[in-house]
Design a protein around this ligand. Structure first.
Ligand SMILES: *Cc1c(COP(=O)(O)O)cnc(C)c1O
Length: 486
């Protein structure tokens, strides 16, 4: 494809995306295809001869689009938002166009140095501690996901806990990590990858009302493990759990970690970016005093398309100790002087995309003010939704709901718990199958809760109002059809 051909097709693609986004609202939010339907519509063999690019665009609309769940749809309330704002998409397109592989500073100095600037900017916007800045002992880095960020934190923590021996000798002792039942499953995955195994994951109790990790129980587990000769590596506190956005008491957990010399990682994948608003800075309580590492996902709520997680560490030495290897083929003068950052040492893969471009585009396009406005809109709409739900005697809201996620339960008078949960799931399936909205569920204390996460780039008040009307209407219809309601 020559640059001229690229120009022509590139414009077609940008037009296609703009038309797609402009027309999204009339599409069913959740794809309604059956398993195998998309695959069967595609040829089993690749073409022998090249085809015009228009053929790709035709099949995109004809075959693939029905199999797309529209994450950018204004009525997408499932999981957490995964915002692909215009400036983010364009920044990512430039990254693709440059085709840079930024494993080392020398392989594209701007790729590394822009990343350093942007993660330092974000640390400032979120009011994170000065030791997380690159000109201090720590620094930030863009990872592909929160899962990777937590794995990297664990590897650095393991390096420190093992007295620097783990990189060379492997996991020769029994090491443990501390989470709660509300911690993201990626932490258990990280423990498996790092060699601690699921057996090395200790589950600390949570407060049944707030679902926050109990520091007293953490202390008790640590005492038990110390008596058994196990080496504690890391505690993962979550700020904004995936299930209900519960917030662990970072300061109290941090005090325990400090006392015992244990690494504290704070996983704030969804909620962390909200600290850009001064009124939500309480989300950072305890981070400045105690966190050894901290991660949050601009690719959830902060208008940056997947993938973009930022991980900060207070000290980069254990991270580099755990991951840095110098093969001959990567040797270069800049690295040897020690005056540059090589982000390959801060992640699992060698190669890396120029992700800083999209975050830079987003921050410049919106400005701090625009980013704050987006977070505030999501919080405001969620709070309004929660007030409508709690005012309706047919529903119950899960408290607290300080951010953009509202969890709630429709009530089914007369139905025992298991049947009520079944009816709740049925309600959600009917709503999702209607195409008018998409939400997901969770379980708390064994009971089903519905989750509506607000904060999409295109979501407006009317979309939330329509969704709520639809939920009420469908709940009334389903209630009337249940036995005993003839
Ligand atoms: C979403 C989420 C994750 C996982 O995010 P990825 O970036 O998809 O790996 C981890 N922790 C929490 C608290 C989350 O909400």
């Amino acid at each position: 494809m020559s640059p001229e051909e690229f120009r022509r097709h590139g414009k077609q693609v940008v037009d296609w995306i703009a038309d797609y986004l402009a027309g999204l609202e009339s599409q069913p939010v959740m794809s309604q295809v059956k398993p195998g339907e998309i695959r069967r519509a595609l040829p089993p063999e690749p073409p022998e001869h090249g085809e015009p690019f228009e053929a790709v665009l035709t099949d995109l609309g004809r075959i693939l689009l029905p199999g797309i769940t529209h994450w950018q749809h204004p009525s997408f309330f499932a999981y957490f938002p995964s915002n692909a704002s215009g400036p983010a998409v364009l920044g990512d397109l430039i990254s693709s166009g440059l085709g840079v592989q930024g494993m080392l500073w020398v392989t594209s100095p701007a790729c590394t140095e822009l990343e350093t600037v942007v993660v330092d900017w974000l640390a400032g916007l979120l009011d994170l501690p000065a030791r997380f800045r690159t000109d201090a002992a720590g620094g930030g880095v863009i990872q592909d996901s929160a899962s990777s960020a937590c794995l990297i934190a664990l590897l650095a923590a393991l390096h420190r806990a093992g007295g620097g021996q783990v990189a060379a000798e492997g996991v020769t002792r029994r090491y443990t990590m501390y989470v709660s039942s509300q911690t993201h499953s990626s932490l258990e995955k990280a423990a498996r990858i790092a060699g601690l195994g699921t057996a090395g994951v200790r589950v600390v109790d949570v407060d049944p009302d707030t679902l926050a990790m109990d520091p007293g129980h953490l202390r008790a587990l640590l005492d038990e493990d110390a008596a058994a000769g196990v080496v504690p590596v890391m505690v993962c506190a979550t700020v904004g759990t995936t299930s209900t956005t519960a917030v662990d008491p970072v300061a109290a957990l941090g005090a325990v970690c400090r006392e015992r010399g244990i690494w504290l990682h704070v996983d704030a994948a969804y909620a962390g970016v909200a600290a850009i608003c001064p009124e939500l800075r309480w989300l950072n309580d305890g981070v400045a005093e105690y966190a050894d590492s901290y991660s949050t996902n601009p690719h959830k709520w902060l208008l940056t398309n997947f993938d973009c997680t930022v991980l900060w560490v207070g000290e980069r030495a254990p991270l580099l100790g755990a991951l840095s290897i110098q093969p001959e083929f990567l040797r270069n003068a800049a690295t040897s002087t020690g005056s540059v950052v090589d982000y390959r040492d801060w992640q699992v893969p060698l190669g890396r995309r120029f992700r800083a471009l999209k975050l830079w585009s987003v921050i410049r396009w919106y400005g701090a003010e625009g980013l704050r406005a987006h977070i505030r809109d999501g919080v405001r709409l969620a709070q309004d939704l929660a007030s409508w739900i709690s005012a309706d005697p047919g529903f119950e809201v899960w408290e607290p709901h300080p951010l953009g996620l509202v969890c709630f339960r429709p009530l089914w008078p007369g139905l025992p718990a298991a049947e009520a949960d079944h009816a709740t799931m049925r309600l959600m399936e009917l709503l999702n199958a209607s195409g008018s909205m998409y939400m997901t569920h969770t379980k708390v204390a064994g009971r089903v809760l519905l989750r509506m996460a607000i904060g999409g780039v295109a979501t407006q008040r009317r979309h939330v109002e329509q969704a709520w009307e639809h939920i009420r209407w469908e709940h009334a219809a389903l209630s009337a059809s249940l036995p005993g309601h003839s």
